[in-house]
Design a protein around this ligand. Structure first.
Ligand code: COA
Ligand code: AMP
Length: 632
């Protein structure tokens, strides 16, 4: 007999309209949809067309109306500043409605874009929800990105206003944000002219009169405003993510589908419920932060924890367990990297013993492949369900996981368990035919994608088609490769493109190469992801110098490292590069990145038949050996 999961998964694919309409009815719509699933003006699938619902209403107002006003909505726990703030649903609603009024007074309306450059502080959540309240589209840029990256996003999104904080705080330094914002606005040609700035205690900045407004000043005079109806097919936000070039992709999140996916996934994938405390230890600049720090927990009526700290060093490797005890966290979400960092410092989890973590039901891990050793350590030390879940910025919520809210499956190390209802996942051969169980292929999802997943890119619908839809007609191509085993478990192994994953952060090697290539001494370069025991991967640069450059190599490498950090940001963590005589290539000029990575990890590799000159590969191996970069 089919189990609950199998029945649900099958029904989600055979009767998607009734399946998702049922899920949508758990939310409040100001206008019911005309059709659950239809074809949009761009010829792609769309969910709930004709329907109108406000995400902020569903995340705040209705909970206060229904008696949840005095429950905590948000706990801001910041070991980096030594502060703790708690906001009830009523307080969060009051601040959000007021800030929405401030935005309105500054001329922001429905469909306008607002760029947020903020650390993990309550004001960031207020700003996101305030945009949703008035139908403005937010675009949050992660604080670890430098001015050029912010500028690229300003130019593409065309925001009417920027909301920023005076600084971000890292364990060893305060990072002034306004010089980055100023420089980005200048690169973008002087727009947008208006900024609202949260002045943090760690750094008060002088604000340019008329152009920059103090958050407290605008809040003091603002009048709260109500929610406006937002079409289900209108964007809630744009979130930029790395593609294979220097131009990031602006993922557009459809408002109505997202609302449904958030509510449904929190219950069925995460098994989290109203009144519980959900903690995603991520940053609001990433999709995990959007979905599972801000939207899903609030839409579901949970208390969400906003943690401004690190897994280690703030103050020690017991930080996560301390937060679980202090706030009675029931469900936690983090990246495997964070667990590796804790395990490296406290391999026996001695610090866990100092805290009462009995409230914790389950730990979810995502953002990168979860290595079996990390999973095994968590299982042993936590003795609760540990759920590796696989998804992407594009999808907004898990494609595969152990769906604890539906049925709990035995864990297989290295697998994100099963496709979630709504997702029809297949491993395909190069011709687009499903491969046999256990055989590796390109992982693709049959169209239409379920509610919440992006179906276009901001300003670039054709780029969406090219990046995701053209490789396998009828499918969304994920860019990941792996296999489905005989039990239907999905194993995601690697990317098929030049995207790397550093500490759960998605980066484009192509974008780093573009920055390196701009250095006047560089003739040619390549960047690969080298295996890293903490961060999963770390970027490694290969530099070919122009003829006649005789400066010390160490000097050039230092300049390149600084150039990448200054241009793209510290989060790229580009620290290692070597100068080589030439790059190993195929006869058609493709750099043999995959083979280089195999050499780096001492894996056996076959000499590619298409190689231009086998000696080039031997030279690289020699250079990597000399630099001590090969992992034995
Ligand atoms: N603003 C400015 N700089 C930032 C930043 C921010 N918001 N976040 C990170 N940086 C900087 C760091 O200070 C570091 O700078 P450094 O080179 O001067 O040391 C650099 O960017 C790289 O940061 P990070 O990748 O975080 O490495 P780390 O060595 O500081 O910390 C970990 C290692 C494992 C503790 C950390 O990567 C971590 O907590 N990872 C979890 C990942 C995660 O939550 N991912 C989200 C997806 S779920
Ligand atoms: P991002 O869009 O930043 O969330 O990155 C998405 C990419 O991270 C995916 O396409 C995968 O390559 C990788 N990824 C995320 N979660 C997992 C996981 N659980 N297992 C394997 N890879 C993952």
């Amino acid at each position: 007999m089919a189990g609950r999961y199998e029945t649900m998964h099958r029904r989600s694919l055979s009767e998607p309209e009734s399946f998702w309409a049922e899920a949508a009815r758990t939310l409040e719509w100001s206008r019911e949809w005309d059709s659950v699933l239809s074809t949009g003006p761009d010829g792609r699938w769309q969910w709930f067309a004709g329907g109108e619902a406000n995400t902020c209403w569903n995340a705040l107002d209705r909970h206060v109306r229904d008696g949840r006003g005095e429950q905590l909505a948000l706990i801001y726990d910041s070991p980096l500043t030594g502060s703790l703030r708690k906001l009830t649903y009523r307080e969060l609603l009051e601040q959000t409605a007021r800030f929405a009024g401030a935005l309105t007074a500054l001329g922001v309306g429905k469909g306008d874009r607002v760029l947020l450059y903020m650390p993990v502080i309550p004001e960031a959540v207020v700003a996101m929800l305030a945009c949703a309240r008035i139908g403005a589209i937010h675009s949050v840029v992660f604080g670890g990105f430098a001015a050029r990256e912010v500028a690229t996003r300003i130019i593409d999104a065309g925001p009417k206003l920027i909301v920023a904080a005076s600084c971000g705080i890292e364990p060893n330094r305060v990072i002034p944000y306004m010089p980055v914002v100023d420089a980005a606005i200048e690169i973008a040609g002087g727009v947008p002219a208006t900024c609202i700035v949260v002045q943090r205690d760690a750094l008060k900045v002088e604000l340019k009169p008329r152009r920059y407004h103090d958050w407290n000043d605008v809040m003091a005079t603002a009048q709260p405003v109500d929610c406006v109806p937002v079409a289900a097919t209108d964007p809630l936000y744009i979130l930029y993510t790395s593609g294979t070039t220097g131009q990031p992709k602006g993922i557009v999140r459809p408002s109505g589908g997202h609302l449904v996916a958030m509510a449904w996934s929190l219950r069925h994938v995460f098994d989290a419920h109203a009144g519980e405390t959900f903690w995603a230890a991520s940053d609001i600049g990433w999709v995990v932060g959007h979905s599972y720090i801000v939207y899903a927990p609030l839409i579901a009526g949970c208390t969400t924890v906003l943690y401004e700290g690190k897994p280690v060093g703030t103050p020690d490797a017991g930080a996560f367990w301390r937060v679980i005890e202090d706030h009675k966290v029931t469900t936690m979400f983090t990246a495997p990297t964070a667990i590796r960092a804790i395990r490296r410092e406290d391999s026996e989890a001695k610090l866990m013993g100092d805290y009462d973590i009995s409230s914790l039901k389950a730990l979810f891990l995502a953002g990168e492949r979860c290595d079996p050793a990390t999973l095994a350590w968590c299982e042993e030390k936590l003795a609760r369900p540990i759920v590796d879940n696989w998804w992407q910025t594009e999808t907004g919520w898990p494609i595969a996981a152990n769906p604890l809210g539906i049925e709990s499956f035995p864990v297989k190390y290295g697998s994100a368990t099963k496709p979630i209802p709504g997702w029809q996942v297949q491993a395909l051969d190069p011709k687009g035919m499903p491969v046999e169980p256990g055989q590796t292929g390109a992982i693709a999802c049959k169209l239409p994608l379920p509610p919440g997943a992006a179906s276009t890119l901001w300003n670039a619908p054709e780029r969406y088609a090219k990046a995701y839809l053209e490789a396998f007609p009828g499918y969304y191509s994920t860019g990941d490769a792996g296999f489905i085993d005989a039990d239907g478990y999905l194993h995601v192994m690697t990317r098929t493109d030049d995207v790397i994953n550093v500490a759960g952060h998605r980066l484009s090697t192509g974008a780093i190469e573009e920055v390196i290539a701009g250095h006047s001494d560089i003739a040619e370069c390549a960047v690969v992801g080298m295996p890293d025991s903490l961060k999963g991967q770390a970027p490694l640069g290969f530099l070919v110098l122009k003829a006649g450059i005789n400066r010390p190599h160490a000097e050039i490498v230092a300049e390149i490292v600084k150039r990448v950090r200054d241009t793209m940001g510290a989060v790229v963590a580009f620290k290692t590069a070597i100068v080589v005589a030439r790059l190993p290539k195929t006869r058609s000029g493709k750099i043999l990145r995959g083979t280089i990575v195999k050499i780096l990890s001492s894996e056996p590799y076959a000499m590619p038949g298409t190689i231009e000159d086998p000696a080039a590969l031997a030279e690289i191996e020699r250079d990597l050996n000399a630099a001590g970069l090969i992992i034995p």
